[in-house]
Design a protein around this ligand. Structure first.
Ligand SMILES: C[S@@+](CC[C@H](N)C(=O)[O-])C[C@H]1O[C@@H](n2cnc3c(N)ncnc32)[C@H](O)[C@@H]1O
Length: 292
């Protein structure tokens, strides 16, 4: 098994400027931010003046969650960013994220290409869809998309991104539900998908308080996904931000999920490189499968 490092080199509106001392310095559109980054176990390379010249700094209360943004310079509450012609709103949020996980763009390019080349109608299910960028990419490439997230706020944000990108006419079904409950229900209804995108958090809750704990819930979700795959699936992409996760294990789960189909599984890590010294920062592990 070979593990890959996937980079997303097409970004213009995002840049990882520097990393080190447990922190990362990033540019999101016109603004620069400092956020905690436990993996940055080396010294910073950029000058101190660059680290001070930022718009906001996230001050965590614990390593995993909680904290607040401390403003350093004036900035808009929300602003527009773009990736390859898809536009979206960015803003600082209490969860320390800004409305986009830039390193996932490597997957957007991959499945957009697969959908474009498929030469047939493709139905895609995007679970844990957050602000909808994966759904917009797949829809623009020609897929019929079912986008799901447990948070009504995220789904509203995703729909605003659809309007901002001028993709209102694209067939996207927006759903606020618990991922596992929904996929099990789709299975019972006999609904099938040709592509599945799943980017589960370590911990989360469904709208009715359903508990998502990735190590306990993922096996059930993958079993449910298996039941909704069409006879000729095009792709499955699974990404995990949980620290304890391993690309080796994700590769095994994916290979098992897809064993009745002919295709290829690959796995590895989603990385960005800081502009100051070209050092890799690993964000997540992934496994993905494509027909062939
Ligand atoms: C890590 S983010 C996904 C990142 C996104 N896919 C991207 O690439 O930008 C996790 C998302 O999962 C959602 N979520 C958490 N628990 C859930 C559950 N039980 N069912 C469905 N969605 C859930 C959260 O609301 C959040 O939007």
């Amino acid at each position: 098994m070979q593990l890959n490092l996937l980079e997303s080199p097409k970004w213009k509106d995002y840049e990882l400027l520097d990393t080190g001392d447990g922190l990362k310095l990033e540019r999101y559109g016109p603004y620069r931010f400092v956020r905690p980054e436990a993996q940055a176990i080396w010294k910073r390379a950029a000058p101190e003046s660059q680290w001070r010249d930022v718009h906001a700094v996230f001050q965590p209360t614990s390593e995993e969650s909680g904290g607040h943004w401390a403003a350093r310079k004036s900035m808009d509450d929300k602003w527009v960013m773009a990736y390859e012609g898809i536009k979206f709103w960015a803003m600082t949020t209490p969860g320390r994220h800004l409305g986009v996980f830039p390193e996932v763009a490597a997957h957007w390019d991959w499945y957009s290409g697969l959908v474009e080349k498929a030469g047939r109608p493709v139905k895609v299910l995007n679970l844990f869809g957050y602000t909808g960028l994966a759904s917009l990419m797949a829809a623009r490439a020609g897929a019929q998309v079912t986008h799901l997230d447990a948070s009504k706020k995220s789904v509203t944000w995703a729909r605003e991104n659809q309007i901002l990108s001028g993709l209102e006419q694209k067939p996207i079904r927006w759903i606020v539900d618990d991922a596992l409950a929904f996929v099990e229900r789709e299975g019972r209804r006999g609904v099938k998908y040709d592509g599945i995108i799943l980017d589960p958090p370590k911990f989360g809750r469904g709208p009715k308080g359903e508990i998502w704990e990735v190590y306990e819930s993922l096996p059930d979700l993958l079993k449910a996904c298996s039941a909704v795959l069409s006879d000729s699936p095009l792709f499955v992409a699974m990404t995990m931000y949980a620290v304890r996760a391993s690309g080796v294990h994700l590769h095994q789960s994916m290979a098992e999920l897809m064993k009745r189909y002919k295709g290829e599984t690959d796995a590895g890590e989603l990385v960005t490189r800081d502009a100051s010294a070209g050092r890799y920062l690993s964000h997540a592990v992934y496994a993905r499968w494509q027909a062939g």
